[in-house]
Design a binder for this molecule. Structure first.
Ligand SMILES: NC(=O)c1ccc[n+]([C@@H]2O[C@H](COP(=O)([O-])OP(=O)(O)OC[C@H]3O[C@@H](n4cnc5c(N)ncnc54)[C@H](OP(=O)(O)O)[C@@H]3O)[C@@H](O)[C@H]2O)c1
Length: 269
């Protein structure tokens, strides 16, 4: 069977949406058997006609522009809610990737699955409503994803760190920077566990400023981090001040520490 082609004898096939994204790239490697579709190959916001019934959907396609969602909430809802509805309509169990931004960040200890979501912004609201579209499968909440492709904090800091002597980075938001390779591997483990909501994020926690310092140190870049506040940065979307995720569920996958994820990511850049 060719990579990505439906199995003619009908043994199940895994569909991967959003294969062009940073998590999609990692899932393509962890699930080499998957029918991996980029946005150009499968727009989830349109009704989906596959020509076969998958046995599982890894749904990594999403509107991920947190600030852009404030200006176009309808656009974010169309992809994250209607898109998920279209994926669910395929009739297979779905792995839906959700976000720490479903929480408001008022807590000062890790968020667990039984904590009540209360998103601050349009992106978080759209991800939470997307969660509620899932009928059968796994809702995987993760946070601060970074990988070797696409737009992410690690790649931005590597660029800025090589151009400048100092960079201002927010020091009043704390989360779990999670390497997409580790999240993709944990997804395999989850498939042997019951469905429902799971918190799957890297071990450890950091502020964006601490994460930037670690990136410069690991990459050997001589760039100073100037800590600033969220208010000083002045982005359109509100973000949780604290969004560390941990699981309270039995047998939950344990991810390596974010520093280990950072090293693995840098080794690929
Ligand atoms: N990034 C984070 O920090 C973070 C944190 C927690 C959870 N998550 C969740 O994890 C998942 C993966 O995120 P990521 O970081 O890999 O994001 P990403 O790199 O932005 O990838 C998302 C992919 O979805 C595609 N897409 C957008 N609209 C689509 C549509 N209508 N149909 C099909 N594909 C579409 C995008 O294509 P284009 O680029 O062409 O638009 C992109 O390739 C998302 O569900 C996200 O909400 C992300």
């Amino acid at each position: 069977m060719e990579h990505g082609q439906p199995d003619p004898v009908g043994a199940g096939l895994v569909l991967l949406t959003g294969a062009g994204g940073q998590l999609g790239a990692a899932l393509s490697e962890a699930f080499p058997e998957a029918d991996a579709r980029t946005r150009a190959e499968l727009d989830v916001a349109e009704p989906i006609a596959l020509g076969y019934v998958p046995e599982l959907v890894l749904h990594a396609a999403a509107w991920t522009d947190v600030d852009g969602a404030e200006a176009d909430e309808a656009g974010a809802l169309r992809v994250n809610v209607e898109g998920t509805r279209n994926v669910v309509a395929l009739g297979a169990p779905v792995v839906y990737y959700s976000s720490d931004y479903v929480f408001d960040g008022a807590k000062r200890e890790p968020y667990v699955e039984s904590d009540e979501p209360s998103p601050l912004g349009a992106y978080g609201r759209s991800k939470l409503l997307g969660e509620r579209e899932v009928r059968e499968g796994w809702v995987v909440r993760s946070s601060w994803l970074f990988g070797w492709t696409g737009h992410n904090f690690v790649r931005t800091m590597l660029r800025l760190g090589s151009e400048r002597k100092e960079v201002s980075v927010v020091a009043d938001q704390t989360g779990c920077p999670t390497y997409v390779g580790h999240l993709a591997a944990a997804t395999r483990e989850l498939l042997d566990l019951p469905g429902g909501v799971w918190h799957v994020a890297a071990e450890g926690q950091a502020t964006w400023a601490e994460f930037a310092e670690a990136i410069f140190a690991e990459a050997g870049l001589d760039c100073r981090v100037v800590p600033i506040s969220t208010e000083e940065l002045g982005r359109p979307a509100p973000r949780p001040a604290y969004s560390v995720l941990r699981s309270e569920r039995k047998g939950a996958p344990r991810l390596p520490h974010w520093r280990e994820g950072l090293r693995e990511c840098l080794a690929r850049l």
